[in-house]
Design a protein around this ligand. Structure first.
Ligand code: UD1
Length: 339
């Protein structure tokens, strides 16, 4: 069964490709390599023994997308990762985010409809919940107005897919990720942030390896046990495995509604300081950090209610925080050796 993975050379995409291949799926990747490297294809092959099919273009190009779908008329389902994801940049250049994230989804859905491909798994985010009134966040927790154009594109994409599923013959699973961190245990693939990372985990590992002088901990006066903000960190490999289950659910006709939404988290919240402690424990490196003011736009705390995903998908995150920080460090060290 051939699966199209858009954004398949990216961080979550590449880990998902490996898990799909392990379950016997054939994978074709479309990626414009705007935030990833062509080397990822060989690195995937080092793990799975199979280099995925690959085409480089940007999915906002409707003609290329149409031609692609016509040529590859044996695609059975789509996992759509391809998107811009830097929150700050989306505030600076909103139209670039709206154009890229919305138009590429529209073109993919059109290609699917024109070629009778029914099943799509979409890469959404817990950002749609904002700061929920009640924790843990459940799938039916009301979606809140997005704080950034990036977050808004995730909400609008969920709506585009939902509206499309009402009239067209499309079935979808929307996966709302909490905070994916870590890397494949082989350290052949992992997160490759361009420039200065915004996210916590790559900032920690880059500080520890000496690329950054110190980590800034954004805020220590939150209403949380140690005052630093709390998130539900999930190992990227656990996340990747959920995509395979979602694809099998759709292609096996096991979905219960045309649009299904699942939270992908562990159900546990950890503070920034707890992540740092875990990193220090698993790496043996003492991290240089300083407490700073709160970062504008950050929420205080969020973690997932995972009951629905656990029960309905039969999926549960297996890796604990130490396993996440250990693998992230192994990946950073592997990157340092390559240079
Ligand atoms: C961010 C995005 C979210 C997106 C997710 C993708 C915002 C507001 N949200 O989530 O929409 O889906 O990335 O992974 O940007 N921290 C530090 N120092 C740092 C970096 C982070 O203290 O140098 C703290 C943050 O304040 C936060 C926690 O670490 O409390 C996690 O931050 P981050 O990894 O950036 O993820 P989110 O902000 O939760």
């Amino acid at each position: 069964m051939k699966i199209l993975v858009t954004g398949g050379t990216g961080y979550i995409g590449s880990h998902t490709v490996v898990e799909l291949q392990a379950r016997g799926f054939e994978v074709i990747i479309v990626d414009d390599l705007s935030n990833s490297s062509i080397d990822v294809l060989d690195n995937i092959a080092k793990i799975s023994g199979k280099k995925p099919l690959f085409e480089k273009f940007n999915l906002t190009d409707s003609e290329k997308t149409e031609a692609f779908f016509k040529l590859h008329n044996d695609i059975r389902a789509v996992i759509h990762f391809a998107a811009f994801k830097a929150v700050g940049e989306s505030v600076e250049i909103p139209l670039m985010y709206y154009r890229n994230n919305l138009v590429s989804l529209i073109n993919v859905l059109q290609g699917m409809i024109d070629n009778n491909i029914r099943d799509i798994v979409f890469s959404s985010s817990c950002t749609v919940y904002g700061q929920p009134d009640q924790l843990p966040a459940r799938e039916d927790t009301p979606v809140q107005k997005a704080v950034s154009p990036y977050g808004n594109t995730k909400q609008i994409c969920e709506e585009i897919i939902t509206d499309t599923s009402i009239t067209a013959n499309v079935r979808s699973i929307l996966l709302r990720y909490f905070n994916p961190i870590g890397a494949h245990e082989t350290a052949f693939i992992g997160e490759l942030p361009l420039g200065v990372p915004n996210c916590l985990m790559p900032y920690i590992t880059q500080t520890a390896i000496g690329k950054r002088p110190f980590l800034r901990v954004w805020g220590s006066d939150y209403e949380t046990p140690d005052g630093t903000a709390v998130r539900d960190y999930i190992h990227v490999v656990d996340l990747a495995k959920a995509h395979v289950i979602a694809v099998e659910r759709l292609t096996g006709g096991k979905g219960k509604k045309n649009v299904e939404v699942f939270n992908l988290g562990t159900g546990n919240g950890f503070s920034v300081l707890e992540v740092i402690k875990s990193f220090e424990r698993t790496s043996g490196v003492k991290l240089n950090y300083e407490i700073k003011e709160r970062r504008p736009g950050d929420i205080v705390k969020v973690w997932a209610d995972t009951e629905f995903a656990n029960k309905e998908l039969g999926w549960k995150a297996e890796n604990d925080l130490d396993s996440m920080t250990r693998s992230a460090w192994k990946w950073e060290q592997a990157l340092a050796k390559k240079k």
